[in-house]
Design a protein around this ligand. Structure first.
Ligand code: 3PG
Length: 398
């Protein structure tokens, strides 16, 4: 893809689509990773003398513009991070009088942040009128919002029809390079680890990764549907009965492709799901084929931890998406911690799909031990499915 290194932005108005969809609690940003990840592109454009106009969505914006989903806290945090003023153009219509005046007043190296692009209902419908308005603010469009590249929206894709110069930023480049190489051109052995609650969320990921990897490891809530498909008693564990045949099909696919498919061999079980999620629980460990009918598996057991860690040790490339258990509960986090540790200790290239797994790796303190932690949740999953992503497809090639 053509990138910001291929153009000269001196004196030009550059609109950068970032993914500043950060978690907020009472107006306070609780995880700034996506802001930090956007800084290299923003700094480069400032240093090159561009007029840097930033935009992003935040939240789902179900009921129109509202204060809780304003990007104002992001403008403030960005200002602190950059050590310079970020002018916040707080128009509910996004491209409104404040935005236009702020952009008209910009000097080279200045930074303006537009209001939440989803405050305009056309955004998610990818309607041309809003794409054109956004395009009218700039000479150059930079897409650096990997986390939103699976969305065909005005600010992520539609706008490219109305700008002359359309490139990607450093974050987008980095994500495409790491995720792309891992999946399509991995140094082998390539081990993929999938977890999370539901098989249904990962159907195409499982199928695609089985074709690409050497070993596929399945843990987390979704593993119990596989165990049931093997004919095991899984007690009260989470199961999707509509996906039993799918799991059988995937096990047969692994066999016919000569790929290893590793499932849990033991489980940490509890009597009742904790409420709140981090409430104390009494655990008992059982082999995966001997779980009592009245217990629920909520983490991988110690034998499984060792089995998965051994597989990771042989790998040269590891991709991990989805926790191994209910890691929000300290008593049910051991499996997720063990997998994080095995990744932290290997010299293999380690790539963490975004969302829950990125949060788990960061909160457990292994963040700086990984080769790459994706900023995309849904986007990284769709990437692992091998899907064409609108935000990437619409960017110009070199
Ligand atoms: C994300 O958080 O995964 C991205 O910012 C995309 O958000 P969305 O699912 O609301 O489109």
């Amino acid at each position: 893809k053509k990138s910001i290194d291929d153009i000269n932005v001196k004196g030009l108005r550059v609109l950068v689509r970032c993914d500043f969809n950060v978690p907020l609690k009472a107006g306070v940003i609780t995880d700034e990773n996506r802001i930090v990840a956007a800084l290299p592109t923003i700094k480069k454009l400032i240093n090159d003398g561009g007029k840097v106009i930033l935009c992003s969505h935040l939240g789902k914006v179900k009921n129109g513009p509202n204060e809780d989903e304003s990007l104002a806290p992001v403008a403030k945090r960005l200002s602190e991070k950059l050590g310079k003023e970020v002018v916040f153009a707080a128009d509910d219509e996004v491209v409104g009088p404040n935005a236009k005046a702020a952009v008209a007043a910009m000097k080279d190296g200045d930074v303006v942040l537009l209001q939440n692009t989803r405050f305009r209902k056309e955004e998610t419908k990818n309607e041309d009128n809003f794409s054109k308005e956004l395009a009218s603010l700039c000479d150059v469009y930079v897409n650096d919002a990997f986390g939103a590249c699976h969305r065909a929206h005005c600010s992520t894709a539609g706008i490219t029809k109305f700008v002359k110069t359309n490139v990607v930023g450093y974050l987008m480049q980095k994500e495409i390079e790491f995720l792309g190489n891992a999946v399509n051109n991995p140094v082998r052995p390539f081990v993929a680890i999938l977890g999370g609650a539901k098989v249904a969320d990962k159907l195409n990921v499982i199928s695609n990764l089985l074709e690409k990897c050497d070993t596929l490891i399945i843990g987390g809530g979704m593993a119990y549907t596989f165990l049931k498909a093997k004919g095991y008693e899984i007690g009260k564990s989470l199961v999707d009965d509509t996906k039993i045949d799918y799991c059988k099909e995937m096990m047969a696919k692994a066999e016919s492709l000569g790929k290893k498919l590793l499932l849990p061999v033991d489980a940490v079980t509890i009597a009742d799901f904790p409420n709140p999620i981090d409430a104390p629980v009494e655990i008992e460990v059982y082999d995966a084929d001997k779980m009592p009918a009245d217990r629920e598996g909520c983490d991988i057991g110690p034998k499984t931890q060792a089995l998965f860690a051994d597989a990771v040790k042989t790998a040269k490339t590891v991709v991990w998406n989805g926790p191994m258990g209910v890691f929000e509960n300290p008593t049910l986090a051991a499996g997720t911690i063990a997998v994080a540790k095995s990744l932290a200790e290997t010299s293999a290239t380690t790539i963490i799909g975004g969302g829950d797994s990125a949060a788990a790796v960061n909160t457990l303190g292994f963040g700086d031990k990984m080769t790459h932690i994706s900023t995309g949740g849904g986007a990284s999953l769709e990437f692992l499915e091998g899907k064409a992503l609108p935000g990437i497809e619409s960017a110009d090639d070199k």
